[in-house]
Every structure is written in C-alpha cells, then in structure tokens.
Design a protein around this ligand. Structure first.
Ligand SMILES: [Zn+2]
Length: 432
C-alpha cells in the first residue's frame, strides 16, 4: 500500500470557527467528519459557500460515511445536503436531542425540506467502540462540550494514529476530575497527528476577564442570584444542557423552574441518558422531585414526566426562574404581564451583546432590564489544549476551528511544540 495515498483535507474550517468539513481518505475509502453550516454572522468571503462545499465534498465521488462530532449547527447544519446513499453517524443522546430540535424546526411554516426523516435514519456510534470503514478505523471518545454527547475521534489509518478533537473542553460537567487526562492516558496514548480545535485562542482576553470559568462557578453564582432575586429569566441556548442543568439544580427549594415544553423535552432526554452524572439527575428534596412548570402547549407532557402547567398567580408568590429564548414573543409577554422587575441572566457568548457579532434580537429582549452575565465557554482554554498536546505528544499538530491558525505557534503555552505545527489552508491536501 502506498502510504502517501492517505490524506487529510480540511475543506472548510482551517481558518474560521464553525462551518467545518474534514475528509480522511486512503485512495480506497474516505470518510467526512462534520458537515457544518457557516455561523450566521460569518462574513468571511474567502471560504466556500455551502453549495460549493457540497459539490466539492460529494460531487460524483463515493463516500463511506459522514461522522458528526456533535449536534451544533456549525458541525452538522448541512446534513440535508449529504447524498442519501451516504450513511450519517452521531452519538445516541445527541441523536435524540437532534430529533426534538428538528421536529421544532420542521414545524416552522414554509420550511423547504423536512429534516426529521434524515435525522431518524442516522446511525449511532458508541463510545470506545471502533468502527471500520475499509482501511480506516475510527473510535469515538465521549468528551465535555457545551453540546451534550460530543465526541473526539481516534483514527487509525495505515499504521498512523490521528486524534481529531472536534469541539471540547474540560471545565464542564463531563470534564470534571481530570476525566480528559485519564481518558487520553488509558485509551488513546501518543498519536502521530493531532487535529485540534482552537476557538478560544482569539478569545483569551474575554476568558481572563470572566469570573465564571467553569460550570461549577456558574452553578454557584446562579444559586446566589436566585436567592437574591425572586424573579429571573435566563437567556441560554436551549441545547446548552450542562448550564441548564446547573441552573435547574441551583433554584432554591420553594422557588420554581419554568420553561416551555420544547425545552423540557430536551432536559428530559438528557436526564434519561446521562444520569451517571449527578447534575443530570432529577432533583429530589424529602423524596419529592422538582417539577418543571410548563408555559404554553404541554405537547403531551404531564405528571408522568413530572411536568405541570405554569400558573403564574401561584408562581409569582413563590418566586421562580424561567428559561427564555430571545426570538419567542411568549416569554416577553409573560415578563410584561407577570413579572415586576425580573433579573435577566445572560448565559450566551458575550460577543452577541455588542460589537460586530451583536445580535439585535438579544439587545431588544434585554431592553432596560437588570442583567447579569453568567456564562462559561463551550471550548477548551489554552491550558487544556496544551495539556492534550503534552499527553498525546503528536509529531504533527494541525489547528482548525479557530481564527488564529497562523498564530497558533506564537501562543506562549505552545512554544515547545512550535516546530510540529502544520497550518493547512481550506482544500489543501495533507499526505501522511
Ligand atoms: Zn460545538
């Protein structure tokens, strides 16, 4: 076999955050890792459009499968464009979450094409179990990220080991107790090539200023805020389940937790699968489980799921927090009708509040309400990436999912590894 036939190609994502698609090919077989949409505020004109990307990746060439690392749109968003004869793979909890999410999206009037049938057809990989695609072996490993049920992939191709990180971190629920380090030491070891995300490399200033470094920090501060504020709303991504479960457990007993049926279904799916993590268990006090109070249509939820309809004449007396989304009028209407002076807890990336990525809908939603920012990143800090490099001792490091690929070697923590860094351009083939 000619080893040089083995190639890595980052079609998109070598120099930007999101919109990624990476190919591993051997001449006989090829697989694609992630097939993501560009982030909505992407103004990078040098990268391929979604149409160009689809044509370049799939145009007339067979493909053994597309493996998604996790359910974020910038990694999975173009799944409908993958040819029907190419199988799609994802984690099993991630698939359930996608089903709930896609059902919601499909119900929006004038949606061009339903997504749910394709999602339901996705195959599930399981952590630690190697899959074989001809001469390519892939083992998924469960990692911490702001999307629940995210994975790194260990690829074995032509006697070489490649670790593809996807999005990851170690300061959330799953990453606690040095889980990343233990996992890498036990199951992965040293690798030839490390393909690592580097989202936070352009955000080190904001990281250093943020008093909330971990999901534990977030939960602790949330507990204080709920005690000080009888009424609050939380602007958080509906699928950022680590933070949502931290908020859920931080509500003092006697106060209540309110959300809509869609959000409750996402939480229930996460709780059903990830109960081996304490935060993903239902909260009980004196044998009584905490209820989820549902606004709007119950969508089939009821006592069996420990859900009941929100009655604000009662909730108002007890005090409550409510998970909200800026694009849903119903939340704003409830705030105006039933809440006197709610605290807005802002739990998304601060870049959406001001500057070039500012989101006007979020600004409108917050208006003149009192606000506290309570958010931790979904991505690895510099020291976590450095730790992964140290543990895997790769001969070659390829950065991606970052705005700082070219400056990767200039980061002080990475200085000892500077000569191992290879920066690829989109579509450039890297032979190994
Ligand atoms: Zn992600």
């Amino acid at each position: 076999m000619n080893a040089r036939q083995n190639k890595i190609t980052i079609y998109r994502g070598s120099h930007q955050i999101g919109g990624c698609a990476t190919e591993i090919s051997t001449g006989k077989h090829r697989i694609i890792i992630d097939f993501g949409a560009n982030l909505p505020d992407n103004d990078n004109e040098d990268v391929m459009t979604d149409e160009e990307l689809t044509e370049t990746v799939f145009g007339g060439r067979p493909c053994d499968g597309v493996l998604f690392t996790h359910y974020h749109g910038d990694h999975i968003g173009l799944y409908k464009k993958v040819p029907q004869n190419v199988p799609l793979y994802i984690g099993s909890t991630a698939k359930k979450i996608l089903e709930i999410l896609t059902e919601k999206i499909d119900s929006i009037p004038n949606m061009a094409e339903e997504g749910l049938p394709r999602i339901k057809n996705m195959e599930c990989y399981s952590p630690g179990h190697k899959m074989i695609f001809g001469d390519i072996g892939i083992t998924p490993f469960f990692v911490d990220h702001s999307a629940l049920d995210a994975y790194m992939f260990l690829l074995e191709v032509g006697g070489k080991k490649i670790l593809f990180t996807g999005d990851f971190r170690e300061h959330g629920i799953v990453g606690r107790n040095d889980r990343l380090e233990r996992m890498v030491q036990k199951y992965i070891g040293e690798v030839d090539i490390l393909i690592s995300e580097g989202t936070m490399l352009s955000r080190t200033k904001e990281t250093n200023k943020n008093p909330i470094q971990t999901e534990d920090d977030l939960g602790n501060r949330a507990r204080e805020l709920f005690q000080e504020n009888k009424e609050s709303v939380i602007l958080v991504s509906s699928t950022n389940l680590d933070s949502i479960m931290k908020f859920y457990h931080a509500v003092p007993w006697g106060m209540d937790f309110v959300c809509d049926a869609y959000q409750a279904k996402l939480m229930l799916a996460a709780m059903a699968d990830k109960g081996n993590y304490h935060e993903y268990r239902r909260e009980f006090i004196h044998g009584k489980p905490r209820r989820l109070y549902i606004i709007g249509d119950m969508e089939g939820l009821g006592a069996e799921q420990n859900c009941c309809r929100a009655d604000f004449s009662i909730l108002k007396n007890k005090g409550f927090t409510m998970l909200v989304r800026e694009n849903k009028q119903v939340f704003k209407a409830i705030m105006e009708k039933y809440m006197t002076d709610p605290l807005v807890i802002y739990s998304k990336w601060i870049g959406y509040l001001k500057g070039k990525h500012a989101n006007a809908k979020i600004g409108d939603f917050i208006g003149s309400h009192r606000m506290e920012i309570l958010h931790t990143s979904g991505h690895a800090y510099v020291e976590t990436i450095e730790k992964l490099i140290r543990l895997t001792n790769p001969k070659t490091i390829i950065p991606m999912h970052t705005e700082c690929a070219d400056a990767f070697g200039e980061i002080a923590e990475f200085a000892p590894y500077r000569d191992r860094i290879t920066v690829l351009q989109d579509k450039e083939e890297y032979s190994f």
